[in-house]
Design a protein around this ligand. Structure first.
Ligand SMILES: Cc1ncc(COP(=O)(O)O)c(C=O)c1O
Length: 375
């Protein structure tokens, strides 16, 4: 079996699984309690904050533990607006995840205007060539469907010059590429534990200036009164372990990238009509968005599954929509290519043998499906 839907959610890392199994023997205790067990757990939790801050090159007080990326997005979009009484203008790229698009739709209903940044045909978002100030701007660091890496450092400069706070969705980027919160000069960034080999239900919101943030979950004033609720301490311990392992072994992405590029080359040599979406841009080392026009993406996905290879047609949220995604539409990709995509996204430890197995399964599936090419 090859699990090739890492961008959807990752499998638990072996080290995290082993840690979790022994951790379930305890200790358990409320980190806010004043007894010694509570103190011990709180100390370990705060140590995790320090470790995560170091790994992400942030200060510990800039690390707010959350339940995941969607929460971080919602908190920033609401609290920033509530606190700063800013102008009613948002600037978004056309390739943002639905977790941002849906908050923005809600804000539109509240009277906000949204300007959009265009995307080129390789999936790279264009930095605006005008000056205008916004309440907040969002351009993700890497896209979850195409894996295309964005010019977020350059956009951070534009945002600064235009007095616009920058929210960068780093969910897919952190753990796959080297990242420094301080150097990139972002105002907000996020991490989701289940995308980096740990448990679903924890995450990080990085905030340059926590004074600008307001809580959306009040609870008992935890997380510097910015995110209430009893801390998910086991989730945070596991997430810290996964992040540490990824950051400390960042070198392994070079081999992954090389194996992936060779795999793509072989597919294109053997299936002349195959298209690699975003091929001309820098992409995440683990992601290939492949289209074989005429063969429906879902058909290929089912054929691959029958060969024990698990891919998706684009992102998990839009898997049931046999339509060209908003991301691909923004790149000017038409339905003949857009409806045929499958996303292959592997974990960092994937080997060349894994790519060869996927290649073999794609070629066999292609032989079956080309007989019923539908468009
Ligand atoms: C780019 C991106 N942003 C945000 C999210 C939402 O993350 P979470 O599942 O942690 O809420 C995802 C998950 O699919 C994602 O890929």
């Amino acid at each position: 079996m090859i699990y090739a839907d890492y961008n959807g959610t990752s499998r638990l890392k072996k080290s995290v699984k082993e840690y979790l199994i022994q951790r379930l023997d305890g200790p358990f205790g409320n980190p806010n309690a004043i007894h010694s067990i509570g103190n011990q757990i709180k100390a370990a939790y705060e140590e995790c904050r320090k470790i995560c801050a170091t790994l992400l090159d942030a200060d510990p007080h800039q690390v707010i533990f959350t339940s995941g990326s969607s929460e971080g997005i919602s908190q920033v979009f609401y609290s920033h607006i509530a606190l700063n009484k800013c102008n009613k203008r948002l600037l978004l790229s056309k390739i943002e995840h639905s977790a941002i698009n849906n908050v923005s739709k809600t804000l539109e209903k509240m009277g906000f205007e949204v300007d959009y940044l265009n995307t080129n045909s390789d999936g790279v978002v264009e930095i605006p060539n005008y000056n205008k100030s916004y309440c907040i701007a969002a351009l993700m660091a890497a896209n979850n469907e195409t894996g295309v890496i964005q010019n977020y450092n350059e956009f951070a400069i534009w945002c600064k010059e235009n007095d616009t706070p920058y929210f960068c969705d780093t969910t897919q980027y952190i753990g796959k590429m080297p990242f420094s919160f301080k150097k990139s000069e972002l105002d907000f960034a996020i991490l989701s534990s289940h995308k980096i080999g740990s448990l679903v239900g924890s995450g990080i919101l990085l905030v340059k200036d926590p004074e600008r943030l307001k809580p959306i979950i009040f609870g008992g004033g935890q997380e510097y009164a910015l995110r209430g609720g009893t801390q998910n301490y086991i989730g945070v311990e596991c997430m810290t372990l996964a992040l540490k392992e990824l950051v400390e072994n960042m070198d392994q992405v070079h081999a992954l990238k090389e194996n992936k590029l060779n795999f793509e080359k072989r597919i294109k040599e053997q299936i002349s009509e195959a298209v690699i979406i975003g091929e001309g841009a820098e992409r995440l080392p683990n992601t290939t968005l492949l289209s074989i026009p005429g063969i429906h993406g879902q058909g290929l996905q089912i054929e691959l599954e029958s060969r024990d290879i698990f891919v998706t047609t684009s992102s998990a949220c839009s898997d049931n929509e046999p339509e060209t995604s908003h991301v691909l539409k923004s790149m000017g990709i038409d339905d003949s290519v857009g409806r045929s995509v499958v996303r292959i996204s592997l974990e960092e430890s994937a080997t060349n043998e894994d790519f060869e197995k996927i290649e073999d399964a794609i070629l066999k599936s292609y032989q079956v499906l080309k007989k019923i090419k539908s468009y």
